[in-house]
Design a protein around this ligand. Structure first.
Ligand code: FES
Length: 371
């Protein structure tokens, strides 16, 4: 039986002592999980190790930790796999980030996670009149929200959210993904109100900086950042919500900037987000940003010539991509979460005459949800 070394971060805030690392050796086969390793160490070597768990099957979301610096579920990570990313042969396990430690690997999720989930009204507000029997919901609409429904509230995305590190009041990836679960549900009666609320909140949907950390962190493939982008497309694109945080205008300015230049031309972005250099709304913002602008000039990151006399020359291919997307009659949302074999396609592929293009290829029923 192979021996694995687990290096656990120990900390008891009530003890008054600083956190420290402690190593434990466990004799388990590689297919056992890191959680099983920790429980084995606790049962045999030190009963005071603090770890939270319940289902041990990646369902309840209670065993979220960081393993070798990456957030994940301890019950869903095999020891042999964890060893591959371990430094010096020891698998490091520490509590999740952005949340206060209760003891060892257990964090307090109340203020940073659960209160924010409550903040987004995490239940369906049914349209009236409520039908006597069940609602009939289009298949595509449910495919669209399936990904956000897969969340098990483990907090891994919250643990590594860089925006939350800077702004602890940010509603955060888990709660915003939850919000999309109801915004995307055609049975909900308050979609505009939900979107307006999350767009107008300075710590809401426009506080995300697209760092992709939550996408990598999520053990269930929920893609929280993708759900936040869906909220934005619904708010700005479908409901034309012009939020006071300038979030939507900034997005539009960013998109136009790329269309004109091919790559981002930073000096234009700030002013364009407020309607252009000569828009009265932009002047106070530009004045406020003067120290940053001066620093950029001193460091050579920007020059007056480049900032003011820049010629816009996006490559043809960039323009082609823009017109291809903008000429579509309806927007397409890609949902690659739901995959499988489309029954109809499989039947056709089984017929000899149809044994040609696309045979045996997995399809994604409803993977493209047009709206
Ligand atoms: Fe339930 Fe790990 S113990 S998800």
């Amino acid at each position: 039986m192979p021996e694995y070394t687990l290096k656990l971060r120990r900390y008891d805030p009530e003890s008054g002592q600083a956190p420290y690392w402690q190593e434990f050796k466990v004799d388990l086969a590689g297919h056992h999980s890191v959680l099983e390793g920790i429980l084995d160490a606790r049962a045999r070597l030190d009963g005071s190790i603090g770890i939270r768990c319940s289902c041990r099957a990646a369902i309840c979301g209670s065993c979220g930790v960081r393993i070798n610096g990456q957030p994940g579920l301890a019950c869903h990570t095999h020891l042999d796999k964890a060893l591959k990313t371990a430094r010096d042969g020891a698998i490091e396990v520490e509590p999740m980030g952005n949340m206060p430690v209760v003891k060892d690997l257990i964090v307090d999720m109340e203020a940073v996670h659960w209160k924010k989930i409550q903040r987004v009204t995490p239940w369906l507000i049914a349209k009236e009149p409520v039908p006597e029997r069940e609602y009939i919901v289009p298949h595509e609409a449910m495919v669209d929200v399936t990904q956000s429904m897969a969340c098990i509230q483990c907090g891994a995305c919250v643990s590594d959210c860089l925006s939350m590190e800077v702004d602890p009041l940010f509603i955060g990836p888990a709660a915003l993904a939850k919000a999309y679960r109801f915004v995307g549900d055609p049975r909900d009666d308050q979609q505009f109100e939900r979107l307006n609320d999350l767009a107008e909140d300075p710590h809401g949907m426009y506080d995300c900086t697209h760092c992709f950390e939550c996408v990598d962190a999520c053990p269930k493939g929920v893609n929280p950042m993708g759900q936040i982008m869906r909220l934005r497309r619904r708010a700005g694109g479908d409901h034309h919500i012009d939020d006071r945080n300038n979030g939507h205008r900034h997005e539009v300015a960013f998109t136009k900037n790329i269309r004109r230049n091919g790559i981002l031309h930073e000096p234009d972005l700030l002013a364009d987000s407020y309607g252009g250099k000569f828009n009265p709304r932009a002047i106070p913002v530009l004045l406020k940003s003067l120290p940053v602008i001066l620093r950029a000039l001193v460091r050579g990151k920007a020059t007056p010539g480049k900032a003011l006399l820049h010629t816009h020359k996006a490559p043809k291919d960039v323009k082609r991509i823009y017109s291809q997307i903008e000429d579509r009659e309806e927007r397409f949302e890609l949902n690659l979460y739901v995959t499988g074999y489309d029954e109809e396609e499989t039947e056709k592929a089984d017929e000899p005459a149809a044994a040609s293009e696309g045979e045996g290829q997995p399809s994604a029923p409803g993977a493209e949800v047009g709206r």
